[in-house]
Each structure stands twice: as C-alpha cells, then as structure tokens.
Write a protein that binds this ligand. Structure first.
Ligand SMILES: Nc1ncnc2c1ncn2[C@@H]1O[C@H](COP(=O)(O)OP(=O)(O)OP(=O)(O)O)[C@@H](O)[C@H]1O
Length: 274
C-alpha cells in the first residue's frame, strides 16, 4: 500500500440500478459486413453486479457483440437498452461517458507512455476543466489534478503495479500490459466493464492473478463485467451466467453448469456439422 495516498473506498459509477436488476439489454440484434452475417437476431441481458461471459468458437460473433454494446458498430437491426435508455447507434466516447469501458483482444495502450500516464489517460473522461481554464485558475486545477492522481494511485495499488509505474508500457511483458489496460479501464469508473479475452497469451500464474483482479473489481467496486474468454476453466470459475454464440447465433444461455452440459454447446465446440 502506498503510504502517500489517502485510502478511499474503491468505487464504480453510481448508475442508480439495484443489484440483480437489468443493466443492459440487447434485443434482436443483427449485424452484417457485406455478405458476412456476424450476428443474427441475438437477444441477451446483463444484470447489475454480475460477471457475464460471452463464449463460442472462433468467428462466433463475440467481439462483434462487444463492439455493438460499446457503440463501435451500429447493428442493422435491433436495439440496445443501457441503464433504461434505448438506442441503436452511439459513438464509443458516448458509451464511455455513460459508463461503459472496455479492454481489447490485442492490448490497445499508448506504448511509449508509462503505466501511470496510461492509467491517468483513463481519467480524462472525468476531467471537467480544459487547458485554458487550468492555466487561469491554477489552484482549483491543482486540486482537481490531485483528486485524479489519488484515484490513479488507488488503482495502481489495487492492481499491485507500483514497481512498473514509471515504465513505458511497450517495455512490459504482455501479462502486465493486460493488467495496465485493465487499470486504464478502471480509471474510467465504469458501471459496465467489457473485457475482450483478458487472459489471452498469459501463463497459468498470470491467469490466476487476472482472475483474482476481475473478481475483486466485481466484488469490491460492484462493477458489472461482461467478458469474452476462450479458457473454459476460467469462464466456469468466474462467471455467474454464460451466453454461448456459434456462427453468429445464440445457442445457449444460463448458469455455467447448465451451459457446460448443453448438447448444442458440446457440438459447437467439437465442430459438429451444421
Ligand atoms: N470488420 C469486419 N469486417 C468484415 N467481417 C468481419 C468484421 N468483424 C468481424 N467480421 C466477421 O464476422 C464474424 C464474427 O467475427 P467476430 O470477430 O465477432 O468473432 P469472434 O467470436 O470474436 O471470433 P474470435 O474468437 O476468433 O475472436 C467472422 O466471420 C468475422 O470474419
């Protein structure tokens, strides 16, 4: 624990939604790229406070679904309801402002910037003042800067990455880059955190660490999490509910145990012909 940081309770955006109630709903969404149907008529929901996994074989439509949820893609059909507001199209930065943050399959950090700077960049969404204002009103600007720094220090502390705070992230091993990316997403204080293959390319120990952080984020901050993951052991351990996609369609949805024993899911993973 950093002695110079005032310890504050970890927080996530207060979205006014009670635990277990609907946070996000996807209704009859379809998305195509030319002739390729990435998603066909999928409906699913994400409840406040849960860890929701989206799984399926390669090309099933998982990343496309995350991209629809965070506004990166606009589906040709269907609507998304987040915190009670319905929409089809939305810009990704509006998603961030409304409390949706995400990490990417291939780490998307500023490689030449340090860990600290990358996580600080995640705070920009909460910065109220522009540069001119900061130059004119040094005192209040400094107070705001200190508040943001405290949040960032709290995240660094939480993710146990003090030792790499000044290291340019491009020089870090992949597992630590993934952790910094999680830190940047947490700095946005999202109510819904989307993680695209958070364990990809990690060894067993790194996976165990990441699993622990994901559970802690969920339990201590109350952050709702939707994740895509290929490691079935991790999915079964972490998730409250699992939705399974195959060839752009939803083939199963339920508790990990139910989904694991579902014949359609077993067939999809074994590559049984359609
Ligand atoms: N930008 C795009 N342009 C064209 N086709 C795309 C695009 N994005 C996805 N697709 C296609 O849509 C389908 C679903 O892809 P998607 O990446 O969502 O699957 P996925 O389940 O995330 O796969 P993986 O596990 O391999 O990452 C695939 O056939 C893919 O080739």
């Amino acid at each position: 624990m950093n002695a110079h940081v005032a310890t504050k309770p970890l927080t996530s955006l207060d979205d006014g939604i009670a635990k277990g109630d609907m946070l996000l709903k996807v209704d009859n969404v379809s998305l195509s790229f030319g002739g390729v149907k990435a998603i066909t008529d999928i409906s699913l929901d994400i409840r406040k406070g849960e860890i929701r996994a989206i799984i399926g074989p390669n090309g099933a439509g998982k990343t496309s679904m995350l991209n629809v949820i965070n506004g990166f893609y606009t589906p040709q059909q269907g609507v998304i309801t987040f915190r009670g507001k319905q929409r089809r199209a939305m810009k990704p930065h509006h998603a961030v402002l409304q409390g949706i943050a995400r990490t990417f399959q291939n780490v998307a950090l500023f490689k030449g910037m340090t860990t600290l700077e990358n996580i600080m960049a995640g705070r920009s969404v909460h910065m109220k003042r522009n540069m001119l204002w900061q130059m004119l009103w040094h005192g209040p600007a400094l107070r705001e800067e200190i508040e943001h720094r405290e949040k960032v220090e709290e995240i660094i502390d939480f993710l146990e990455i003090e030792h790499i705070r000044r290291t340019p992230v491009g020089k870090l091993p992949y597992g630590l880059q993934k952790r910094v990316e999680l830190g940047r997403a947490l700095a946005m204080e999202p109510s819904l955190l989307l993680l695209d293959e958070p364990m990809a390319g990690m060894n067993l120990e790194e996976k165990e660490d990441m699993s622990r952080f994901i559970i802690d984020v969920n339990q201590q901050r109350g952050t709702t999490i939707a994740l895509i993951e290929h490691d079935m052991g991790v999915v079964m351990d972490l998730s409250d509910r699992v939705v399974v996609l195959d060839y752009g369609k939803k083939i199963a949805d339920g508790a990990p145990e139910e989904v694991k024993n579902d014949q359609a899911v077993i067939d999809a993973y074994l590559g049984v012909a359609h």
